[in-house]
Design a protein. Structure first.
Ligand SMILES: [Ca+2]
Ligand SMILES: [Ca+2]
Ligand SMILES: [Ca+2]
Length: 188
């Protein structure tokens, strides 16, 4: 009879320890969920509302705070921008020499010849603005004697035959394109 009581006592102890452990595990889990929510909020604030991405979607390439997609289909400038928007992006904004060099290096590894970038003077002739944020182009890399608005050219592309320098051409032409999704902090 005594051994039965001892067994019952051991079972009781084991159950109590296990139950205490479960309660602790549950508390830890709640704390972790709370911490995760806080980190998500901080992350969103620091990127102007966009969640920070650890990696780009499959098929996109990463450079600093952006992901880029080279679109192989031949599209008009407008079709190319609509296509980028479908992916949550815009036609690329090339802000400085470093980004320009990065893209040139990548484009030389591809078969394409001409690619739309997100620059146009379709609103005011001669005033080139980026479609992503309507800002005026500060950095530029025009080909010699470009832009020339020859036969009303309002959209800008880069071309392989001239080391990917920029040229304005008719927006209805169909070429490949470059989309950019950016995760940089917005400038105010
Ligand atoms: Ca950019
Ligand atoms: Ca023009
Ligand atoms: Ca031209």
């Amino acid at each position: 009879m005594r051994w039965l009581l001892e067994v019952a006592l051991v079972f009781c102890c084991v159950y109590c320890i296990a139950a205490t452990g479960l309660v602790r595990a549950s508390d830890e889990r709640k704390k972790l969920i709370k911490l995760d929510q806080l980190l998500t909020q901080v992350s969103k604030r620091g990127t102007g509302g966009k969640t920070c991405k650890a990696r780009c979607q499959d098929g996109w390439i990463r450079y600093q705070g952006s992901c880029y997609l080279i679109v192989q289909n031949q599209c008009t400038f407008h079709e190319a921008e609509v296509n980028c928007k479908k992916h949550g992006a815009d036609l690329v904004t090339i802000e400085d020499a470093n980004e320009n060099t990065f893209l040139k290096k990548h484009l030389t590894t591809l078969k394409g010849t001409d690619f739309w970038i997100g620059l146009t003077d379709s609103v005011t002739e001669g005033v080139f603005k980026w479609v992503a944020d309507q800002s005026k182009a500060v950095f530029t890399d025009w080909a010699k004697d470009q832009p020339d608005n020859y036969h009303n050219e309002d959209c800008v592309h880069v071309h392989a035959s001239r080391s990917f320098v920029w040229n304005d051409r008719p927006c209805v032409d169909r070429v490949q394109s470059i989309c950019e999704e950016t995760f940089k902090r917005k400038k105010y």
